[in-house]
Design a protein around this ligand. Structure first.
Ligand code: NAP
Ligand code: MG
Length: 502
């Protein structure tokens, strides 16, 4: 058996495990086929084979899910005390932890994510659900001093039915970021999973059966136009939280304007990592390579633009390219693989088009640059770690999100120039800084326009650190109590107090 056959056999066995499982909509506590009876088949990008059938829903299914969510909310989910709600959510968390292996395998199959990273995606997602449930317990209202004749206080109330729209790159993690906050705040949720990778999310929602009250959590798989749009348009959906691309986010915001529905938008990034001349270059090289290549670069917070001081460029580059060579595409189901394929073939085409654009724009290709088609990985959507040098800040490749394993090197000669290049894009999600000078670190952290800045490390988000974008990278914050607050609205209550009757 050659390597290709082994890879296919691995995946065949893994798919077999889910062959008899139903991946329908999950509405009001039950699995349902789509109203139209149609299905679609997401593909395993490692081998180019369909995994299993999934219900392809439409507006009718959205209506049913929104109605179920509305009833569940009215039946008292929003009235539970936060500790009682945390108890119930805690039972779902426990069930999810019992199914980490299964969920991780689904993520590995549908996203092409190496199994150990898929496991991290799942475990971290669950951790956020747990965090929010407990953080919700600590939320308190406020008393407003309005004089002794009036008692004024502020209630925080959930919205009711929320729409939660997810991308494919970290399905369970981002479900945790969004759904965890919505439920902890007392809302019901209708989840729209990503079409390329709906399976793990559907399964995770199914695992809430018999644990969360029916209708509190629903999932409706199907396309952005057939499910996502009706969900945003629906006038019973009072809050929308979306993670995905800027164009779709803009469209959602426009649609939501019709019903004046508030939106949380977590959008794209073109994140800079600045290597100052006093940095520990070996450590920075490792951090930057990981920041760019983790999840094959398919992260909104990927470190894509590497800004290096000209005096240390040569030395940094040596160390960095060594670290890049540690990232080698392979079968996600094999232990030790650090880079899987890209998530689907059109996405690989789009990444490759940017690489061709980089060559046209005159940047220098140092690594990679061609889809992997000539060896055992040919059936999958594999793309090698790719590095461009001599990139200029005004090139399109330096300004647009590529969302693949491609990093772009630029040089600067002084602090101000570094900050100017870092900020000269429409995005502002995350940024990295490498320096041994604490003053430079804190100044840069203040001067960079980004929702998160990581110094001498990368991917620093944990439960409790607000995550979200500046500029076109988004509106709102997740991962912290702000996300719970953004899933509630305040009501100010003023009560006139009579004089004591005795
Ligand atoms: P996308 O194409 O914008 O899709 C995101 C979600 O929106 C999917 O579920 C998609 O459904 C749905 N959708 C598409 N059109 C819609 C419409 N008209 N109305 C309502 N929903 C619609 O993004 P993606 O390709 O899945 O994910 C990659 C993008 O997400 C990148 O730009 C990345 O930077 C961003 N991202 C941001 C963060 C963050 O926290 N800031 C995190 C992760 C990813 P279909 O799948 O059916 O098209
Ligand atoms: Mg898409």
């Amino acid at each position: 058996m050659n390597f290709t056959d082994t890879l296919s056999a691995n995946h065949e066995r893994a798919r077999e495990r889910f062959r008899d499982h139903t991946f329908g909509a999950y509405v009001d506590g039950e699995d349902r086929p789509s109203a139209g009876g149609e299905t679609f088949r997401p593909t395993d990008p490692s081998v180019g084979e369909p995994i299993t059938a999934v219900a392809s829903c439409d507006e009718r299914d959205v209506d049913a899910a929104v109605a179920a969510a509305g009833e569940a909310f009215a039946a008292g989910w929003g009235d539970l005390t936060p500790p009682d709600r945390a108890d119930v959510i805690g039972d779902w968390v426990e069930t999810l932890y019992d199914h980490v292996d299964e969920l991780a395998l689904l993520v590995a199959l549908e996203v092409g994510k190496p199994l150990s990273f898929a496991r991290a995606d799942v475990e971290n997602g669950i951790e956020y659900i747990e965090y929010y449930a407990n953080a919700g317990v600590g939320e308190t209202g406020a008393h407003v001093p309005t004089g002794e004749d009036t008692h004024t206080y502020v209630r925080r109330e959930p919205y009711g039915v929320t729409g939660q729209i997810l991308p494919w790159n970290y399905p369970i993690l981002l479900m945790g970021w969004k759904v965890g906050a919505a439920l902890a705040a007392g809302n019901a949720a209708v989840v729209k999973p990503p079409t390329p990778a709906p399976l793990a999310v559907i399964r995770a929602v199914q695992l809430s059966g018999g644990v969360l009250p029916d209708g509190v959590l629903n999932v409706v798989p199907g396309s952005g136009s057939a499910v996502g749009e009706p969900l945003v348009e629906h006038d019973e959906v009072r809050k929308v939280s979306f993670t995905g691309s800027v164009p779709v986010g803009q469209r959602i915001m426009r649609t939501a304007a019709d019903t004046v529905t508030p939106v949380t938008l977590e959008l794209g990034g073109k994140n800079p990592f600045i290597v100052f001349p006093d940095a520990d270059l070996e450590a920075a090289a490792e951090t930057v390579a990981t920041g760019g290549m983790y999840n094959a670069g398919q992260s909104c917070d990927s470190a894509t633009r590497i800004l290096v001081h000209e005096d240390v460029k040569a030395e940094f580059l040596d160390a960095y390219l060594d670290r890049i060579d540690d990232w080698e595409p392979g079968d996600p189901l094999v232990d030790g693989t650090t880079m899987g394929p890209l998530a689907y073939s059109e996405h690989r085409e789009s990444v490759h088009e940017y690489v061709e654009l980089g060559l046209e724009e005159g940047a220098t290709l140092l690594r990679g640059g061609e889809p992997i088609t000539d060896d055992s990985l040919a059936a999958g959507c594999y793309y090698p770690p790719t590095v461009f040098d001599d990139v200029e800040p005004d090139m399109r490749i330096a300004r647009e999100e590529v969302f693949g394993p491609v990093q772009f090197l630029m040089t600067f000669s002084g602090y101000d120039e570094a900050i100017e290049i870092a900020n000269d894009v429409p995005y502002g999600l995350t940024a990295g800084v490498a320096t041994t000078d604490q003053s430079v670190a804190h100044r840069a952290a203040a001067d960079v326009e980004a929702g998160s800045v990581w110094v001498n490390q990368y991917f620093g988000t944990v439960p409790g650190t607000p995550f979200g974008g500046y500029k076109q990278s988004g509106i709102g914050r997740e991962c912290a109590v702000q996300a719970i607050e953004e899933h509630t609205r305040t009501k100010s209550v003023s009560v006139a107090l009579d004089d004591p009757p005795y």
